[in-house]
Design a binder for this molecule. Structure first.
Ligand code: BES
Ligand code: MN
Ligand code: ZN
Length: 482
């Protein structure tokens, strides 16, 4: 999606497949909504009076324009009492009415810069479709190519940041949605290298099997044992001049490119969704690249441990004891609790390489979906100030995360009879907390957060790009504290 900024233009005379106008109070149409109402002979007011046109955030009413406008259709979208979340929702629903390449957005004159940008962002992510594997013109719908933004509240620079953000979110979704046979650890590593080649100041290194063996990354290697695909640890770095030297942001993302469960195999129903088990890694990859692309002055190290979890003659078995990169021994009770294993080595690597504050994103537990659904991710933290920073970045960006507890009294759940730790608890309780406590063992005491995105990162079998916007907001926050 490319945007064009028109500070002043007549929405009625703007060419588009869809003109988007915002409604806060349907009884008092204002700005472009009022102008459209007049051009339509009062059709919007009539719809409002009958209750068909509503002002609640994200409510959508579509009018076909005939020859009254230069646009073919009008989407009147509710923005309720305003705020970025409402405008983002409005953009997202408006995209549902789009059936062409070109949109025009006419927010009300009172909308703030942040609200206008949220509307554009919502439209861009709402218009996303995954069509890579559809053949034939009938099967494909046109992608949104251009959005004309009629507003005095935003700037060209601001809109460009929105464009880059939308691209990053949608790129993370493309990676997540790509099936396991097309997205292996090696393919993910290629994407990382391509981003490194394209973005100044972003360096990318891929550690392959031989290096992982030399480093003793026994947890990541154990997960990959059953697969014919080689694992990889993808490492991105950004060291901009003028970044605050005090903090190095560590971003870690789980990238299990397919999770069968391994020997502790999953039931077959719905297993295809486990192609999305690299959504955390995709968000970290695209989110980190976005920080570098936008030249946010924050130093970061991003680590994406990637592997495929398969059963096989060489696969890790329940009861096996493995040694993680930091020397901790782990009894593998359940081979389906593989995310915490790949993250153990990813987190240890990020800390070893100098991260002072770490956050990981992972589709880690089915239980977080039961607890929080698709709205809030689960947020766990070892340090209150850092956890609050991550939570606030989520709230500001629209990637919501709810602070869940950690406590030493949960530790008995992660004890093993034979090794330092067990990767699954014998008691069926507090699964997401237990996973977070396990991960904390690999962070050497640096402020650590874990974001469980099993619910928010995948909705109805598709990737959402959750995490990309949180990472951008978090990086900007850390950068602003110089
Ligand atoms: N990738 C899954 C978690 C998951 C489940 C994500 C459903 C999205 C939707 C993870 O590797 C897993 O299998 N977790 C187990 C952990 C258990 C064995 C301790 C789970 O949640 O059942
Ligand atoms: Mn699993
Ligand atoms: Zn998994």
């Amino acid at each position: 999606m490319k945007t064009t900024l028109r500070r002043t233009a007549d929405p009625l005379k703007t060419n588009a497949d869809l003109l988007v106008v915002c409604v806060s109070d349907p009884k008092k149409l204002a700005g472009p909504a009022r102008a459209v109402d007049r051009a339509f002979g009062g059709a919007l007011s009539t719809a409002a009076a009958s209750g068909d046109l509503e002002g609640g955030a994200g409510k959508l009413t579509v009018f076909h324009a005939g020859d009254r406008l230069r646009a073919s259709k009008v989407a009147a979208v509710g923005v309720g009492g305003g705020g970025t979340e409402a405008y983002r929702a409005a953009g997202r629903t408006a995209a549902g009415a789009l059936n062409g390449k070109r949109a025009a957005l006419a927010p009300p004159p009172k909308a703030t810069e942040a609200e206008v940008e949220a509307l554009v962002e919502g439209l861009g992510v709402g218009a996303y479709r995954f069509q890579r594997f559809r053949t034939g013109d009938d099967a494909r719908r046109p992608d949104l190519e251009r959005a004309v933004v009629i507003s005095e509240a935003t700037t060209r620079d601001g809109l460009e940041r929105v464009e880059r953000t939308v691209e990053a979110v949608n790129a993370a979704r493309d990676l997540a949605n790509t099936p396991g046979n097309h997205l292996t650890p090696a393919v993910l590593a290629e994407r990382a290298k391509a981003l490194g080649a394209e973005i100044p100041g972003l360096t990318v290194k891929v550690l392959g099997r031989a290096q992982l063996e030399r480093m003793g990354a026994g947890a990541l290697l154990a997960v990959a044992r059953g697969s014919a695909e080689d694992p990889a640890m993808i490492v991105l770095r950004h060291r901009p001049k003028g970044a605050a030297p005090a903090r190095v942001l560590g971003l870690v993302g789980k990238a299990v490119t397919f999770d069968t469960g391994g020997i502790s195999i999953k039931p077959s129903g719905g297993m295809e969704e486990m192609k999305l088990d690299m959504a955390g890694g995709a968000a970290v990859l695209e989110g980190a690249a976005l920080l570098a692309r936008l030249q946010v002055p924050v130093e970061f190290i991003a680590v994406i441990p990637a592997a495929e979890n398969m059963p096989g003659g060489r696969a890790v078995k329940p009861g096996d004891v493995i040694t993680a990169m930091n020397g901790t021994t782990i009894e593998v009770i359940n081979t389906d609790a593989e995310g915490r294993l790949v993250l153990a080595d990813g987190l240890a690597h990020a800390v070893r390489e100098g991260a002072t504050h770490v956050v990981d994103f992972a589709t880690l537990t089915g239980a977080i979906v039961v607890a929080l659904g698709e709205v809030y991710a689960g947020l766990f933290g070892s340090d209150d100030a850092w956890t609050e920073e991550v939570r606030a970045a989520g709230e500001a960006s629209g990637d919501l995360a709810w602070h869940m507890p950690m406590h030493p009294d949960y530790d008995p759940l992660i004890r093993s009879r034979v090794a330092d730790l067990a990767n699954a608890a014998k008691k069926r309780q507090a699964g997401p907390v237990y996973a977070a406590q396990f991960l904390a063992e690999f962070t050497e005491g640096v402020p650590f957060c874990h974001v469980d995105i099993a619910g928010t990162g995948m909705v109805d079998g598709a990737g959402t790009g959750f995490g990309v916007r949180l990472i951008r907001a978090l990086g900007e926050g850390v950068a602003s504290e110089r």
